[in-house]
Design a protein. Structure first.
Length: 133
């Protein structure tokens, strides 16, 4: 049985991370890898487990959510706190989040892309956090 293995560089490119970040995840045992010679190799299954890519039939069909959230009356400090909290909470959830703060309009936009359940959970978190601002 053949299993697909990725190099640290390939994983970094796939995830949009720096190679040092991926090596750190491997050293911290957050990302499972095997050492072959002087290099690490990451299996496709271990990469999927690390990123939280669901293996359900909905994921196989490509079900994904894209949401845009606009929050009004958000100053820079509140936007930074909210953004930091959101980015910290998506680790391993298989979500991508982009944030843009417009200080002139005091508006924060979040673009959330990913799985249905994880996206819904994140939107509930954003709703809870935005009530306290």
């Amino acid at each position: 049985m053949t299993q697909e293995l990725y190099s640290v560089e390939q994983v970094a490119e796939r995830l949009g991370l720096h190679v040092r970040t991926v090596r750190g995840y491997v050293r911290d045992e957050r990302l499972k890898a095997v050492r072959i010679g002087k290099q690490y190799r990451i299996s496709a299954a271990d990469l999927a487990a690390f990123t939280g890519v669901p293996t359900s039939s909905a994921a196989a069909r490509g079900a994904e959510v894209t949401s845009i959230v606009e929050l009004e009356g958000i100053d820079r400090a509140a936007a930074e706190r909210l953004t930091t909290h959101v980015h910290g909470s998506i680790h391993g959830q298989g979500l991508r989040v982009e944030t843009v703060h417009d200080p002139d309009r005091a508006r924060l936009k979040l673009v959330v892309i990913g799985g249905l359940a994880a996206g819904a959970d994140l939107l509930r978190l954003v709703a809870d956090l935005s009530e306290g601002l």
